[in-house]
Write a new protein. Structure first.
Length: 209
């Protein structure tokens, strides 16, 4: 608790009006990779409390659209359509489809994390499972050549997940934002350019991009 209260990014998030310190992770990645542009359609999976949705809405502007999903309730955000539900369920996906109004997202982002039990093997399995769910969603919903940003943790299942992601995107790069705590094995994988099935899996991974 003391670490959280005294954390630089926690203080900065409060000062700058962001809902979470995680906002600075997306801001840093976007500054480097230019993911967010005016007029884009973005889907934010596991969005609560809304830090990433805040950043996305600010960058895509009034001509863009941000659709946020979470099992938990999230207070309203300007420029964000929030859907409470499980994106594996048909009823939730129907709401997503209505919100998209015939458009496919340009970008799917996921900063999802499970409730941590403290049992490393179990937590790692849950984390990678959420990443797999997000990847499946992105693969099904993104427009051709769309991009996908997902949080993962290095450990069991990471290499397998990476191989699958490389098969689905033209390029895969890894990012470790400064706002990620040093002791954490957390990193972000960015898939650039969703491949059509007929294109095959020729993606490559790079730490530089």
């Amino acid at each position: 608790m003391r670490e959280h209260v005294t954390d630089y990014y926690v203080k900065r998030a409060k000062h700058d009006g962001y809902r979470s310190r995680a906002a600075f992770k997306l801001l840093e990645i976007d500054q480097r990779d230019h993911l967010l542009r005016g007029g884009m359609t973005v889907v934010d999976l596991g969005a609560a409390p809304g830090g990433w949705s805040q950043v996305a809405a600010g960058r895509v502007g009034p001509a863009g659209r941000v659709i946020a999903l979470d099992l938990l309730e999230m207070p309203p955000l300007a420029g964000v359509t929030f859907i409470r539900g499980d994106f594996r369920e048909a009823a939730t996906l129907a709401e997503v489809e209505r919100a998209l109004q015939g458009r496919r997202p340009d970008l799917v982002i996921s900063d999802m994390s499970p409730n941590i039990s403290g049992v490393e093997s179990a937590d790692q399995a849950r984390i990678m499972y959420l990443a797999e769910l997000a990847l499946d969603f992105a693969s099904a919903w993104l427009q051709p050549q769309g991009n996908f940003l997902v949080k993962v943790f290095q450990g069991a299942g990471f290499e397998t997940f990476l191989r699958v992601m490389r098969a689905r995107f033209r390029q895969v790069v890894s990012r470790k934002p400064k706002a990620s705590r040093d002791r954490s094995s957390e990193l972000y994988l960015l898939g650039k350019g969703l491949l059509r099935e007929e294109d095959g899996g020729s993606g490559v991974i790079s730490a530089e991009g």
